[in-house]
Design a protein around this ligand. Structure first.
Ligand code: SF4
Length: 390
């Protein structure tokens, strides 16, 4: 088990968007902007309630995701940060990220965000090709991304991420190369890639199922991944995780917390958490969330709140399995054997010796005295490795 002294990460979910993208299955709602202010009040109530049940926890990363967190005002964020600072010990150099739509980033806004405490912005670029942005029904065009980056830099942000999607119906290798080239030209510190998944209930899934769009081609998507590895590597980005690249020193500390299977608190509708020996989630509906957090007087046992939905205690075996699946995504770090031994009291090789020997012999895993990592080939076949190890 991880130590109680381990600093936690905090994720806060903002479940509002101005428009719905055609591929999106996140817990987010359009035309509910009138609920943003009551949501902020409820979020502050949830933070205070959970914080009161285990005050003074050390926090080293904070991430506002969504949804579209850039719909909130700096003044609303100032109030949320005041609540977080009241109940947690936020490290002076904590990484504090806002996910943003490019259209929302103007110099006045980014300057104010920096002043209230943000030091990293993750911009939803997704593609540099207008036809793909239109297929996604993104509310920004490609020029807006360059303007957003300029506004973020002008506001004082030295740590930017750009999110990209590949494996899109009708996407070509040349189109993807254009997206990668334009992304690199914007000089972000960090780049995250997402292979398009067809999620049930989305417009994109419906269009593919009804033949209006071709089924994405897995082989082409694999070629796109290889191309990204080549282009981003040549541009000096370090691939530190299966789908994430960064300039040296700019790996996302918040996501590293997930991949190292370390504790994080989740606030806001649909957020997930891993703390107090359990995985848990917050209920989905913003309306119910707001209602249940009015006038709360009872005490709840950490990290529960009146809005807690799923609450699943984690067994030692489950925690080991999660640690392996997530840790092996880290390209060079993999699983640190000494850290594993300290956490679980046993050598990783003694837990899965037969499978590890087999995958090492077949060139999918690399084992040294320090760590266990996936090889390049193992990364391509990672699902097979993960299936066997859990
Ligand atoms: S902006 Fe993000 S969260 Fe909102 S609909 Fe689009 S993909 Fe989903």
């Amino acid at each position: 088990m991880y130590s109680n002294m381990t600093p936690v990460a905090v994720y806060l979910h903002v479940p509002f968007c101005s428009t719905k993208c055609t591929y999106c299955a996140f817990n987010t709602y359009i035309q509910l902007e009138h609920l943003i202010e009551p949501f902020v009040t409820a979020l502050i109530a949830e933070i205070r309630l959970v914080g009161r049940s285990q005050p003074g926890l050390d926090v080293h990363t904070i991430f506002f995701g969504g949804g579209t967190p850039s719909l909130l005002t700096p003044e609303q964020y100032a109030r949320i940060f005041a609540a977080l600072r009241d109940v947690y010990n936020i490290y002076p150099g904590a990484e504090i990220t806002l996910e943003a739509n490019p259209n929302d980033l103007h110099r006045d806004y980014t300057t104010a965000l920096r002043q209230v405490g943000f030091n990293r912005i993750s911009i939803g670029m997704q593609s540099a090709n207008e036809n793909e942005l239109q297929l996604f029904r993104r509310r920004h065009d490609n020029d807006a991304v360059a303007r957003a980056v300029t506004a973020a830099r002008a506001g004082g942000f030295a740590n930017l991420n750009l999110d990209l999607i590949y494996g899109i119906p009708h996407q070509t290798l040349d189109g993807w190369r254009n997206t990668l080239t334009q992304t690199v030209a914007l000089k972000p510190e960090h780049i995250s890639l997402y292979a398009l998944g067809l999620e049930e209930g989305t417009a994109m899934d419906h269009w593919v199922n009804t033949g209006r769009l071709p089924t994405p081609d897995d082989d082409l998507a694999a070629d796109m991944y290889d191309l990204a590895t080549e282009v981003l590597g040549a541009a000096g980005y370090d691939q530190y995780e299966i789908s994430n690249w960064a300039r040296p020193g700019y790996a996302c500390r918040h996501n590293l917390q997930y991949w190292r299977n370390l504790p994080y608190l989740g606030f806001g509708p649909g957020a997930h958490g891993f703390a107090g020996g359990a995985r848990y989630s917050v209920l989905l509906s913003p309306q119910r969330y707001i209602k249940l957090l009015q006038d709360v007087s009872e005490d709840y046992q950490f990290p529960r709140a009146p809005v807690t939905d799923m609450f699943d205690p984690v067994t030692r075996e489950g925690e080991i399995a999660d640690t392996l699946i997530m840790g092996l995504r880290l390209v060079r770090e993999g699983i640190d054997r000494e850290t594993f031994r300290q956490r679980f009291g046993v050598d990783l090789l003694d837990v899965h010796r037969a499978a590890i020997d087999r995958f090492t012999a077949s060139g999918l895993l690399s084992v040294t005295d320090e760590r266990v990592t996936l090889t390049d080939r193992g990364r391509l076949l990672s699902n097979i490795v993960f299936r066997e190890l859990v």
